[in-house]
Design a protein around this ligand. Structure first.
Ligand SMILES: Nc1nc2c(ncn2[C@@H]2O[C@H](COP(=O)(O)OP(=O)(O)OP(=O)(O)O)[C@@H](O)[C@H]2O)c(=O)[nH]1
Ligand SMILES: [Mg+2]
Length: 319
């Protein structure tokens, strides 16, 4: 059913949660009206500070996110929370619902909370998460917190699209080694050692210092990742996390890094949309027999795969 996009966008900008939710549903459902939605949102975007939180399952991402929401709300800021699960085709349901511990904020009109999953469409969350962030941004969120569940490659990709990336670890469990393997030690601007009420937090901080090479000298203008110890379940250290985030943001603004990151994010976004569209058109061609005909020629040895690919691309780009 077609919706009145202009009206919906206006309502979202007035801060109506239902309108925001509807817009994100249009993103998630890859609605044909999405073009219209994005065109209407574009002039109102670019204000939100996007923070990605990533780390192993159970490390305390949701608890930390919830505590950060409280801290930002205390500053009077409007906050959006997006929990994304690239490994799961389920969304919004019990699974993710259980995983986000946001009940404290459920009735706060200054907070939008949303979970998203892949739903199996082409492009997946790499495509839809940035669009959902745009909705929250245009709806007037000063800060958007993006929690990615797990530490696989797609989580790393999504997290690295944030303005600031927070990597969470907990003492023990070889968490540092896990994180190193998953490649998340390369993306952190701020590292949080959560569950500092448990034994081994200082050892984890030392291990992290070592793995990040924080003892080594850096260039005068380089960012030196912060390491903060927290007990998120009690809100301890969360103020320091906010300070570390503000420090990173100020550093990025001073150095022009924020602008660079946003340019890179926009470029990736456009590329993802374009590639997704191309793949969809190629998939349509399966029914059209064009791809099949090319395959037959390759098997028969009358065409090489490069020439065939050129023909395919030419076929889908001429419109
Ligand atoms: N002891 C202790 N427990 C904590 C702390 N922070 C969170 N927890 C507990 O750890 C468990 C997992 O916390 P979550 O915030 O759900 O962790 P998560 O990283 O979001 O988990 P997933 O979304 O499932 O990957 C919960 O039972 C929390 O209450 C902490 O600082 N200390
Ligand atoms: Mg969680």
């Amino acid at each position: 059913m077609a919706v009145d996009v202009a009206q919906l966008v206006e309502q979202a900008r007035e801060g109506r949660p239902r309108a925001v939710a509807r817009l994100i549903s249009l993103v998630e459902g890859a609605s044909p009206q999405l073009r219209e939605v994005m065109a209407a949102l574009a002039p109102h975007t670019g204000n939100a500070y996007v923070v990605g939180l990533t780390g192993s399952p159970g490390v305390g991402k949701s608890t930390s996110t919830s505590a950060l929401v409280s801290a930002y709300r205390a500053q009077g800021k409007r906050v959006g929370v997006l929990a994304v699960d690239p490994s799961s085709p389920f969304s919004g349901g019990a699974l993710l619902g259980d995983r986000i511990r946001m009940s404290d904020h459920a009735s706060d009109p200054g907070v939008y909370i949303r979970s998203m999953a892949t739903r199996g469409h082409l492009g997946g969350l790499a495509w839809s998460a940035p669009q959902a962030i745009r909705v929250l941004d245009a709806a007037g969120c000063d800060v958007v917190l993006v929690e990615t569940v797990g530490v696989g490659q797609s989580e790393v990709e999504i997290a690295s699209q944030a303005d600031t990336s927070v990597v969470l670890l907990a003492p023990g469990m070889g968490d540092g080694i896990q994180a190193a393997k998953a490649g998340i030690l390369e993306i952190g601007d701020v590292y949080v050692v959560n569950k500092a009420d448990r034994d081994g937090a200082d050892a984890t901080v030392r291990e992290l210092n070592h793995m990040l090479g924080l003892g080594e000298s850096r260039g005068p203008g380089d960012w030196r990742p912060s390491i903060v110890k927290t007990v998120a379940s009690r809100g301890e250290g969360v103020g320091e996390v906010v300070e570390a985030l503000e420090k990173h943001r100020a550093w990025m603004e001073e150095r022009g890094v924020l602008g660079e990151r946003r340019l890179r994010r926009a470029a990736t976004e456009v590329e993802t949309i374009a590639v997704t569209a191309l793949r969809e058109r190629i998939a349509d061609l399966h029914g059209d027999r064009r791809l099949g005909a090319l395959a037959e020629q390759i098997v028969a040895g009358t065409l090489d795969p490069y020439a065939a690919a050129d023909q395919l691309v030419a076929g889908v780009t001429e419109s």
